[in-house]
Ligand binder design. Structure first.
Ligand SMILES: CCCCCCC[C@H](O)CC(=O)SCCNC(=O)CCNC(=O)[C@H](O)C(C)(C)COP(=O)([O-])OP(=O)([O-])OC[C@H]1O[C@@H](n2cnc3c(N)ncnc32)[C@H](O)[C@@H]1OP(=O)([O-])[O-]
Ligand SMILES: NC(=O)c1ccc[n+]([C@@H]2O[C@H](COP(=O)([O-])OP(=O)(O)OC[C@H]3O[C@@H](n4cnc5c(N)ncnc54)[C@H](O)[C@@H]3O)[C@@H](O)[C@H]2O)c1
Length: 280
């Protein structure tokens, strides 16, 4: 297990590539958008510098991590030498399935394919390949350099060997893992969804201001972030996609708050667009 390929260099793919390269893996980061790749490299370098500044890593660790990182917009090249693939494209099932079909054709038989989906089914994604026993979900958390958890979700056909190897990969990245049986939203996204949606409904009902809702949860329940600022961090478009999926699969109580739909329609996507429940 020497080479990891990350598919998608956005918010999460960037973080996953960072921790993989810093852990000593050879990393190829692939995206269809060259600009996104360049942005990812800048973000990784910035975060490595921050790690040096707060004395979490040395200069040598930074340069070794950057030397482990390779960027490409060529999918065949991206997986030519890979041992393990982690997909982090937008939360669109058809897109993930399309990519897994391509990966299945291009990757050596022994390569494990992992998806960083927040809520979708590794069984369904794996069923689109000839290697459902080597398909798994590896759910990282934002920001990846900080969040200690990787939530691992086995698909129906995922082999025990694949689960074991995936746990080892997460461990080498310095992460703790939990193993979840496949259910929409797993553990964390489903809980995030309920808390976030209730906060959005309270805001719409005029129960309290966004600031006070977040402050109450931070100081009253000791969360590191309030639910509304967290939704801004995650991306309101990603949150809405996940909510719609949970609503379809788990029923009425997961109906997205109307304010979330309205904000996404207005292009208010959270910190990544400069405006969400707060201005950035
Ligand atoms: C259906 C619903 C679905 C939801 C949608 C998808 C959700 C998704 O699936 C799951 C999620 O991600 S949910 C989201 C889950 N995420 C959450 O819930 C996030 C919760 N929020 C937080 O944890 C904090 O507010 C932030 C980390 C965001 C900012 O914290 P801050 O203090 O204002 O920022 P800071 O100054 O940067 O330092 C932070 C810490 O990182 C350290 N560090 C910095 N740079 C570093 C580097 N380059 N290297 C190493 N370390 C580095 C720094 O030393 C400090 O360490 P300490 O040991 O803590 O002192
Ligand atoms: N945002 C979060 O906090 C968070 C946390 C954990 C998991 N996730 C999950 O991670 C995945 C990615 O989310 P994100 O927030 O990083 O999204 P994002 O929009 O920030 O990044 C997606 C990236 O995928 C690229 N992309 C789009 N189509 C592609 C294709 N066909 N081939 C290769 N690259 C392509 C885009 O150019 C972009 O760089 C989603 O499944 C999401 O649910 C998100």
């Amino acid at each position: 297990m020497k080479h990891i390929t990350v598919i998608g260099s956005g918010l999460m793919g960037t973080g996953i590539a960072h921790v993989s390269a810093q852990a000593g893996y050879q990393v190829t980061l692939y995206d269809i958008n060259e600009e996104q790749l360049q942005c990812a490299r800048q973000t990784i370098e910035k975060n490595l510098d921050k790690g040096i500044e707060i004395k979490k890593i040395s200069e040598e660790v930074k340069w070794r991590a950057l030397s482990n990182l390779h960027l490409t917009t060529d999918l065949s090249e991206a997986v030519q030498h890979t041992d393990f693939v982690i997909e982090a494209v937008p939360e669109i099932l058809e897109l993930k399935i399309d990519i897994f079909k391509k990966l299945d054709k291009l990757c050596r038989e022994s390569v494990i394919l992992a998806t960083n989906t927040s809520t979708m089914s590794p069984t369904e994604i794996g069923a689109a390949t000839n290697r459902p026993h080597r398909t798994i979900a590896m759910h990282f958390f934002n920001p990846v350099y900080k969040m200690k958890l990787v939530e691992i979700i086995k698909g129906l056909e995922t082999s025990d060997k694949t689960l074991e190897v995936t746990k080892q990969v997460a461990k080498k990245m310095g992460k703790e893992t939990v193993t979840v049986n496949e259910f929409p939203g797993f553990v964390t996204s489903r809980m995030n969804c309920v808390i976030g949606n209730e906060a959005m409904n309270m805001l719409s009902e005029g129960v309290a201001s966004a600031e006070d809702i977040d402050k109450a949860i931070k100081l009253g329940l000791n969360h590191p972030m309030g639910p509304l600022e967290l939704a801004d961090l995650v991306g309101l478009d990603t949150r809405l996609k996940n909510m719609k999926y949970l609503h379809k699969t788990l029923g009425e109580k997961y109906r997205p708050s109307p304010i979330l739909t309205k904000y996404v329609k207005a292009g208010r996507l959270g910190s990544k667009s400069g405006q969400g429940f707060y201005n950035y």
